[in-house]
Design a protein around this ligand. Structure first.
Ligand code: AVJ
Length: 323
């Protein structure tokens, strides 16, 4: 019979709402205005992101799944971890591809999904315990930029950070994240990283500007979150979604543009400001990688690349590195 999942809450809700307030003050209180993509993932946002992963234009999910499907056994053999950690696990079904291989071929004993959404995590933990009765599921409700120090210790650990989410970080945030991950691991522990790769601007823009407008709804959802959580009065219909490819920084840059001037009041953050006509709020970046510079960045953080796998079209990469 399945062992009961253990759920540890590192993220205290009070601090989380404090982080929202801090981010809003810092990001919206000065120009150019920005918001952190963290706030995109409330229940509605998580649902919309799930829908994005099923869009024909949004290739990363399918490509990463193909790599996992074709190479999960290689990954298991290369690291033979006893603890598998997944950062930002969400509802993810790609986890299953990985765990199927680990439970069939390896000596995995424990799975540690980490996510900011407590309900999503509790549901996932219960489902995974059912599906893998031999596995101890120890879920961690936490933010992977803050709570890596709370990862359970012991055994050979593999930390998986999939989906290309690392692309949401700015260069300096990425270095800080990799440094913190390095500090939270022991020598010999493993890191499995999913990254989207540089490709033609056409395909990238199509992936972030789908014809059904799901991505636009996903990005715009952050304004609904601020209206609800902080009592803000964004006139949401008066914004357009502006995704563009920044070829110098090699990243998608996703913004909301005010179609008319408006005064915004955000009581929960003690903030009031005027948005000019055409003024933009940057909500998310999605960096695309090249394998060479990725290897250098990992090395700079103290990780040695063991192997890299890509899909047939070289759209996406999975990199296995060791601390
Ligand atoms: C979940 C961060 C990997 O950057 O592709 C998808 C988020 N935003 N469409 C990405 C996203 C708009 C996604 N990540």
């Amino acid at each position: 019979t399945a062992r009961e999942p253990v759920v540890t809450v590192a993220l205290d809700p009070e601090r989380a709402s404090g982080a929202l307030v801090d981010d809003v003050r810092r990001g919206l209180g000065s120009q150019p205005r920005s918001l952190s993509p963290t706030w995109l993932y409330d229940d509605v946002g998580s649902e919309l992101f799930d829908e994005i992963t099923r869009l024909p234009e949004y290739y990363p999910t399918e490509r990463e799944r193909a790599i996992l499907r074709d190479h999960a056994a290689d990954i298991v053999r290369a690291c033979d971890a006893t603890t598998v950690v997944e950062l930002g696990s969400g509802t993810s079904d790609k986890t299953r591809t990985l765990l199927d291989a680990f439970t069939a071929l390896g000596s995995v004993e424990r799975f540690v999904p980490v996510d900011v959404s407590e309900q999503t995590l509790r549901d996932a933990a219960a489902r995974l315990s059912e599906r893998y009765p031999s596995l101890q599921v120890e879920a961690l409700v936490g933010d992977f930029t803050l709570h890596l120090g709370h990862l359970p210790r012991g055994g050979r650990r593999l930390v998986a950070f999939l989906g290309g989410t690392i692309g949401n970080f700015y260069v300096e945030e990425r270095a800080a994240f990799l440094g913190a991950l390095h500090d939270s691991l022991e020598p010999g522990d493993w890191f499995l990283l999913g990254t989207d790769l540089v490709k033609s601007a056409d395909r990238l823009i199509a992936a972030y500007d789908d014809s059904r407008g799901v991505t636009a709804a996903f990005v715009t959802n952050c304004l609904h979150v601020l209206n609800r959580e902080l009592g803000a009065d964004f006139d949401i219909d008066a914004f357009s979604y502006i995704p563009f490819w920044d070829p110098r920084q090699e990243r998608m840059d996703l913004r909301l543009r005010a179609d008319m001037p408006q005064r915004v009041t955000i009581p929960g953050a003690g903030l009031e400001f005027d948005l000019a006509h055409g003024e933009e709020i940057r909500v998310e970046i999605s960096t695309k990688f090249r394998l060479e510079s990725l290897r250098d960045e990992l090395a700079a953080a103290g990780f040695a690349v063991e192997r890299t796998w890509t899909d047939d079209a070289d759209d996406f990469a999975l990199t296995l590195a060791q601390r």
